[in-house]
Structure formats: C-alpha cells, structure tokens
Design a protein around this ligand. Structure first.
Ligand code: URA
Length: 444
C-alpha cells in the first residue's frame, strides 16, 4: 500500500477500505507517514468527506492508537462529559460536582485552552496546589473517595489525535465533521466511561457556526459512541455569546462556585442543570424532570459544592479559596469598559471576547506562554441588554498594565450596540440521542 494512492483515492472522492484507513493512522502515529502527506490526506477528507463507516473505522483506529483506559475497577456507572469548546464555558466545574453528589461517578480527562477557547485544566490550575497530573492509581483513588476527579489527558491517550490535531491546527482542516467527530470520540472512547454527554456548541465562538451543522456533528458523534457500546447524548447549546459573565481562569472558577451556591448567572445555571440532568438520565437516575430536580436539590443543600471541595482537597488543592473565593489572587490592574452610546447590545461576539481575554493574559500565545490566572473579563452587559452612555459593559483584569488598551480595543470591536432591541438566542437548541433529534423551542 502507498500513501500516495490513498491520498489520490480520497482526493477523487472514493470510499477508503478499513485496512487503508488503518494504514494511514498507524503509519502516521509511528512517524512512517510524513506530515506533508498527512496534510494532503486531511485536506482531501476536508473537501470530500467520509461516509459513516469510514468515520467509524477512523475513530476506532485513532482510539486504539494509544492506551485504552479501563475504569471497571471503579464501582458504579461512570459518565463523561465533553464540550466542543467555548468562551466562558466553565460547565464541567459545575456539572461534575452536581452529578457526583447525586451518585454518578465522573473520571474525566480535560484539555487546556485552544485558540480563543478556554480549557478546564487551566481553570483548575488557578486553584493553588491543584494537581492535574495524577497517575492512574491516584486518579482512581480520588474518584472512589470523592465520586469525581478531573485531570489532564494522560501521556499516551490517542497519540494519533494529538499529532493529527496539531497538523489540522496549522493546515486549516479543523472544521470538518469527520475530523472533529473522530478526534473527540476517539478520546472519549479511549477514556473508558460507560456513558458520554456531549455539549456541542454553535454560534460565532464555535467550530460549527450554524445550528444545523452542529446537529449533524452531534448525530455523527452520538452514533460513534453508541457503536462503541457507550450510551451517548448531545445537547446543542449556544456559543454566539460567552456563557455566564466570567471569562478567564480564576474568574471562571469563582463563577462556578457561585453557581454551585445557587448564586450563578441564569444562563450558566440553566445550562448546567440540563447538562447534569442528561448525565443522570444516562446513569439511570430517573427521567429528565426528576434528574433536573435532583440537580437543583444538591445545589440548594450545598452537597454539590462540598463535592467540588472534596475533589480539590483530594488533588492537593487549597480548598480555602473555594470556601472563600475572595482568597484567590487578585489582578493588579482593573479597567472598566463603558458604553459610548445609548442602545441595546445586539451582539457580543464570543470569539472576540475570548481573544480579548487572551490578550489580558488568560490564554497562551505560544505553547510555553505562562498564564496569568487572575486575568480575564467580567461581562456586566450581554446580548439583548439595554445600555445607557457611561454604563459599564465589562471589567477587564490583568497583571500587565500594557495589555489593558489592546484588550479593550478587541473587546469593543466584539460588542455591537445599536438602537434596536434584539431577541436573545436560545440557550439550548436540541437534544440528540440514539432515539433521534429533539429540537427545543426555548422549552427543555
Ligand atoms: N476538540 C477536539 O478535541 N477535537 C477537534 O477536532 C475539535 C475540538
């Protein structure tokens, strides 16, 4: 077999055989297929697509390219959650403690920030002492003891995806349904949970800008999960506007803690309760209404917050910052961004807000950039809100004064104020499961 012939076959829109896909993934993972040929192959897939069977084989080969985690030593149903990436998306920090305090085990590997999107691991590392690099025994022990553990991805999980993603990132081949679906689902399948909840984002800050494309991606991923014997559901949620009010690492942890106390922003609270309820449904804890009630109950009685505290302590973190979030390190420089005209916020571009937060120091410019954990943005107004001249739109936080002006410029470019009212976008568009797609009309 020759890589040249397989690139040509896909370029010409033909269907690849199972052994041909295996040849590509194994050869690339071992370093036998060079980056330039793999880049051409990825671009051919980007343009010509893959059928469902090709995507299934691609995903299996990628999952099997490294360690397959076996969680069977941990008693109970383990449910994983994955977001396709967003701005202000701190849902894992809220949802994992909610479901764990209801009896669902969460043994989760999360990622770092990518581009304009934040990463759960960076957020957790803003808690002093919190270790994201537990070994297998420590990881299992924390889940057994506290019901949940969130760590960074282990060294040899899906090495094929690691190499392919790095190449896609620099060859404009990220936003392709076969490539995103296989990338995400290979990791989820290899990570070993019994059930998987996907949070597929749509809108300006997401890979899939259109709802219908997000639903298509969700359908493909649900089929891949079910095919691998994992109960899988996907919620399609909005990422046109950042989620909640906080963007940036410790700012988002603080907002997650407030949400676990029942004092979080309404959009974040509603989304987290629905994500948690769907995880509980897959763990057979009841129907969606019962599970939503359970989620609200563990927020109300403090059990969910205690679950977060237990995990932080078990992973070496200083839980006093969770008990009293005023103890988080503060940014030295703070700047209010105020409205220069009256009107309504008609759009607040999530990607632009993420980039502004990155400029303040909350993200990485290069792989080895050092994150400023206190940096970020608190949004005081969001899409649909009325504003008067001089109202505070947002507060910027950083430890580097020189970053304030460029970040403000980027933030201002991302917010459009006009003299007309707009409808807020729905928070949750649809649920996708093995039973099909259920679209919501603001009613979920
Ligand atoms: N997240 C992933 O892990 N992979 C993708 O391809 C896109 C988002």
């Amino acid at each position: 077999m020759r890589m040249y012939d397989l690139i040509k076959k896909k370029r010409d829109g033909l269907v690849l055989e199972d052994n041909e896909i295996r040849y590509v993934i194994e050869g690339f993972t071992k370093g036998e297929i060079p980056d330039y040929q793999m880049s051409a192959f990825l671009m051919a897939v980007y343009y010509k697509g893959m059928n469902d069977h090709e995507i299934l084989i691609l995903t299996q080969c990628m999952a099997e390219s490294g360690d397959m985690v076996d969680l069977s030593d941990i008693p109970g149903i383990k449910v994983d959650k994955h977001s396709t990436g967003g701005v202000g998306d701190k849902t894992t920090l809220v949802v994992a403690p909610i479901v764990a305090s209801c009896g669902v085990k969460v043994a989760k590997m999360s990622g770092r920030g990518l581009g304009h999107t934040g990463g759960t691991i960076d957020k957790l590392e803003s808690i002093p002492g919190y270790r994201t690099d537990l070994d297998r025994e420590e990881f299992f022990e924390v889940v057994k003891k506290t019901g949940l553990s969130v760590i960074g991805q282990s060294g040899n999980l899906t090495p094929a995806d690691k190499k392919m993603y790095a190449l896609r990132d620099v060859t404009a081949t990220v936003d392709s349904i076969p490539l995103i679906a296989s990338s995400i689902m290979s990791k989820k399948i290899a990570a070993g949970s019994d059930a998987i909840l996907l949070d597929v984002k749509t809108g300006s800050g997401a890979f899939m800008q259109e709802v219908d494309d997000a639903i298509k991606l969700a359908e493909v991923m649900v089929a891949l999960g079910e095919n691998a014997g994992r109960s899988t559901r996907a919620l399609i949620t909005d990422m046109d506007t950042p989620l909640g009010k906080a963007i940036g690492n410790s700012l988002e942890v603080i907002e997650a803690v407030n949400t676990l106390k029942g004092e979080g922003p309404e959009d974040l609270t509603i989304e987290c309760i629905n994500l948690a309820a769907n995880m509980m449904v897959m763990a057979d804890l009841g129907d969606p209404d019962e599970c939503r009630r359970k989620a609200e109950e563990v927020i109300g009685n403090g059990a969910a917050l205690e679950a977060l505290i237990a995990m932080v302590e078990a992973q070496g973190g200083d839980a006093s910052v969770i008990r009293d979030t005023d103890r988080f390190g503060k940014a030295r420089y703070i700047r209010e961004v105020t409205a220069v005209s009256d009107g309504y916020v008609v759009s607040m571009d999530a990607a632009g807000c993420g980039i502004a937060s990155g400029i303040l120091g909350a993200g990485r410019e290069t792989l080895d950039s050092v994150i400023d954990y206190a940096a970020g943005i608190i949004l005081e107004k969001k899409t649909g809100d009325e504003v008067k001249t001089g109202d505070v739109l947002a507060i910027l936080y950083t430890n580097d004064e020189d970053k304030l002006l460029p970040a403000e410029k980027k933030f201002r470019e991302s917010v459009i104020i006009e003299n007309r009212q707009v409808e807020r976008k729905p928070l949750i568009y649809a649920l996708c499961s093995k039973d099909g797609v259920k679209r919501f009309d603001g009613n979920f």
